[in-house]
Design a protein around this ligand. Structure first.
Ligand code: RP5
Length: 172
């Protein structure tokens, strides 16, 4: 798949089960990625140096996944001009709402494109859409993915028409 163009950063190894959804989607689309653990709070220097060096190594976009007081995406965005996608991770006492707010409420001037709590697939798709701006193969993979979404809904609609509501819901 070539050199990584998407850098995925998690604040902790406990975020990996959620981030797997992003890695799987990028693999499905044929987009090369790398994955590192770097915490905004526990390893601030590592997070900063990773973000600062990413563009120079050919990375086009970052995905930052963190839970709780999730400052990782913002901390990376502060150190790079690459687009940063924030992926708030659910769990903990506030079930990801804290991570969502911490990730999305960036000050004017340093944006983070924030997806839903645990929205790993959308984080990957948004990253791929950015990569696709300069990668025709990625653009074709995304178009094929969208065709698949359309076909799936059309098939469900056909089945609903054929089986009726009760049949579709398995009530008879
Ligand atoms: C955040 O704190 C991490 O991103 C993780 O979601 C959360 C808990 O981390 P661990 O205590 O599980 O390492 O920084």
């Amino acid at each position: 798949m070539g050199d990584p163009v998407v850098g995925i950063v998690v604040g902790s190894d406990s975020d990996l089960p959620v981030v797997r959804g992003a890695a799987d989607m990028l693999r499905h689309l044929g987009v090369a990625w790398e994955l590192v653990i770097a915490s905004a709070h526990r390893t601030p220097d590592l997070a900063a140096s990773y973000a600062a060096g990413a563009a120079g190594r050919g990375i086009k976009v970052l995905i930052a996944a963190a839970g709780g007081a999730a400052h990782l995406a913002g901390a990376l965005a502060a150190r790079t001009l690459l687009p940063v996608i924030g992926l708030p991770v659910g769990g903990g006492a506030l079930n990801g709402v804290d991570a969502l707010y911490a990730t999305v409420q960036m000050p004017p001037g340093v944006p983070v494109a924030t997806v839903a709590i645990n929205g790993a697939a959308n984080a990957a798709l948004l990253a791929a859409q950015i990569v696709a701006l300069s990668d025709p193969a990625c653009a074709r993979a995304l178009a094929e993915y969208r065709r698949g979404l359309t076909a799936a809904v059309e098939e469900k609609s056909r089945r609903l028409a054929a089986e009726g509501l009760a049949g579709y819901l398995g009530e008879r």
